[in-house]
Design a protein around this ligand. Sequence first.
Ligand code: NAD
Length: 261
Amino acid sequence: MRPELSGTAIDETAGWLRDADRVTVLTGAGISTESGIPDFRGPDGVWTRDPAAVGLVSLPDYLADEDVRRRAWLSRRDNPAWHATPNAAHLALVELERAGRLWATITQNIDGLHQRAGADPSRVIELHGTLYQVECLQCGRRVPMTEVLDRVASGDPDPACTACGGIQKAATIAFGQQLDRSVLSTATAAAAGADVFVAIGTSLTVHPAAGLVDLAAAAGARIVIVNAEPTPYDEVAARRFAAPIGVVVPALVRRVLSANG
Ligand code: NAD
């Protein structure tokens, strides 16, 4: 057995989760790789393999260049999230939530897999937005992504807003774009109010998301990190599991719930 998955490490961490009044998790792209959605910075990450792909999520490039927008619509159409299903880690977090032991799920992911796994949507804070909605950058109107992708399929490579003619984009946060203020303040409260804060599958290099760890730690939360690769926050973590998320998270949840009843 890997040392970081020893019964002692799982038992002790499960004890922290059990004793906590408020457990908050922060998830990143790494929780969805086992559902077949590549992350950005892991060994098989989209940007590790194709550094130029970062241009597709930069707002200035998106606004200035119609070709970037055309490619972005095709990449939304081809996003593996459309065919992905939640994995054992998403499902385990739902069990934790249903047992009343998960206060909030903050996610950097846009794939909707927490909700598809059965998480209460009111407890999922989508820090970086969602792939399933499109927003007009001029008038702010939102429409379902499927509606706009139908227009792409019918031959419109860069569908404009039907209300005002503005440029449209997935309702996700691109580089150069501010996070939604109310979403960020909900996430801040969920981090600052936690007794235990578990960061799962995130390289903790994207801010302000990564700064939520600082907030939680400053407010006295125990920090637990589940991530295959090192992160800049490993030193503040009371425990770090460098093993597959689909193994660690279900093992932890099983341990919390088995001692529950
Ligand atoms: P990241 O790509 O920077 O880091 C992911 C981390 O997860 C890596 O350190 C990697 O080692 C680890 N990891 C991957 N699979 C793992 C596994 N099975 N077990 C253990 N560790 C694993 O991801 P990030 O920090 O979330 O930042 C990327 C940004 O890109 C986010 O803002 C997010 O919005 C976006 N993104 C989202 C998705 C999605 O919705 N699924 C996918 C790619 C990128």
